[in-house]
Write a protein that binds this ligand. Structure first.
Ligand code: IMP
Length: 452
């Protein structure tokens, strides 16, 4: 059996997204950059649907297509083949990141095979929303249609932008124009979101489309290359650390999430193998970590999670934890921790360790409630990735005594955290049969306690 590769760690969302991965990834990039000459931060899935806020000194920036680690000049950030990239948003995000990071900005490389996600895809998604009474609750960033182009074997890739293959770009625009015409819509007039603009903008004519792409090609061209050799050499060498940051979460995966309210990319560690063309075997990554929020879950979209909380407790958590979408600003649904779903996600996702964030979201007048099993017709049933089925199950809960938030926040190490918190963590770890690496006890960087 091959040995695991030292200095490699991968993070995924262990629930339904927005678990606070960004900050943890950032911490590992910084720690690894003290130990190794270089850190490669690799993202293999998703696109501008992702969103998290990272801090750099006293500045904050919402990242979407860029992973964390962008504020570390010893890091090389790679946007992999498995992603769908929106060039206009990416240029805006790179500019915003450079303004914040200055000389600390990481090097950025884009795999030439990454699929383009364009205003045409966003327009098509907007059209589906009009036709399907509100659509599927997607972020409107054109993610589904861009991945669909891959499966229809007609994707445009970053190398088509770099080489400016005009014929392919024109034929793409005309196809989408015809599709929308078939739905009685004029693609030129469809409004689509663009990063950095407050209001959506019209897609515009074929000419406008081409002119914009030409400009983007000139700006991004030098970042686009065949990254496979570089990944191969570094993965097989020992000078460099690897940090993988997945986008979204396993609960949003099209195979394992609450189908059909899922995203379109592989949100598990398997995606790393595909995106790196088999160079990286995820089984050899040392730590494969699922990040979850310790005391609740959040979800944004149409899905109905069995453990949904309604009323004042949900409002309180939403306000205290700022549970509003970083990409869409939508208020997030709040739910109790759902062990049947979460442990299933960890199993199918190849997870071998946990990080629990938001341990400070706890109230003296409320037990910490956790769903331990589902019942259907009075019999215990497992999680299944099917919304219709999940609407029928009845969650069974177990209550834990809340811990004192200020005692938790004063603790400098695991020994010092309140006993109620220790008991809770032990329970979660045993239910998962996985170790907990660290917890966070507040939004600030130093509010982190390492357990192992
Ligand atoms: P899409 O990824 O835009 O196609 O959206 C599909 C579903 O995934 C919707 O329910 C979105 O709200 C959800 N989703 C996509 N990206 C994220 C994320 O980064 N955090 C939370 N939910 C997300």
């Amino acid at each position: 059996m091959q040995k695991v590769r030292k200095y490699s760690v991968a993070f995924c969302g262990g629930a339904f997204g927005d678990e606070g991965k960004g900050r943890i990834v950032d911490e590992f990039v910084n720690a690894y950059s003290q130990k190794k000459a270089k850190v490669i931060v690799y993202r293999d899935n998703g696109g501008s649907n992702a969103g998290h806020t990272v801090e750099f000194g006293d500045k904050r920036l919402a990242l979407h297509q860029l992973p964390s680690g962008i504020f570390n000049r010893r890091a090389t950030v790679v946007l992999g083949k498995g992603m769908v990239l929106h060039p206009e948003d990416l240029i805006e995000e790179l500019n915003q990141a450079a303004a914040v990071a200055g000389s600390e900005m990481a090097k950025v490389l884009i795999d030439e095979m990454a699929v383009l996600c364009l205003p045409t895809h966003r327009a098509y998604e907007a059209a589906l929303k009009i036709w399907q009474e509100g659509g599927r609750g997607a972020t409107g960033r054109g993610i589904g249609p861009a991945y669909a182009d891959f499966y229809l074997r007609q994707p445009l890739r970053m190398r088509d932008l770099m080489d400016f293959r005009k014929e392919a770009l024109v034929s793409h625009y005309r196809l989408y124009k015809a599709l929308l015409k078939g739905l009685n819509l004029d693609i030129e007039k469809i409004l689509v979101p663009v990063l950095g603009k407050n209001d959506p903008v019209e897609v515009g004519s074929e000419d406008v489309f081409l002119r914009q792409l030409k400009k983007q090609s000139q700006k991004l061209g030098e970042l686009i290359s065949d990254v496979t050799d570089m990944i191969h050499k570094n993965w097989n060498g020992n000078k460099c650390a690897f940090v993988f940051e997945k986008a979204q979460a396993i609960g949003l995966d099209p195979r394992w999430g609450v189908y059909p309210d899922v995203t379109s990319s592989d949100t598990t560690f398997d995606g790393i193998r595909m995106s790196t063309e088999g160079i990286i075997d995820p089984d050899l990554i040392e730590k494969k970590v699922a990040v979850i929020k310790a005391t609740y879950m959040s979800s944004v979209g149409k899905r109905k999670i069995p453990t949904l909380i309604s009323g004042t407790l949900a409002d309180r958590i939403r306000e205290d934890a700022g549970e509003y979408g970083a990409t869409t600003k939508r208020p997030r649904d709040i739910a109790y921790l759902d062990l049947p779903a979460l442990t299933y996600f960890a199993k199918v996702g190849g997870v071998n360790a946990l990080v629990l964030t938001h341990m400070d979201i706890v109230y003296p007048d409320k037990p910490v409630r956790i769903c331990t099993k589902y019942l259907y017709r009075n019999r215990e049933v497992s999680y299944r990735p099917d919304q219709e089925f999940l609407l029928k199950v009845k969650p069974v809960y177990k209550d834990f005594e809340p811990w004192d938030k200020s005692e938790l926040q004063q603790a400098k190490n695991y020994q010092e955290i309140p006993r109620q918190a220790k008991k809770y963590l032990r329970y979660v770890s045993e239910a998962y049969k996985l170790p907990i690496l660290l917890i966070t006890t507040g939004p600030k960087r130093h509010q982190t306690i390492y357990i192992r």
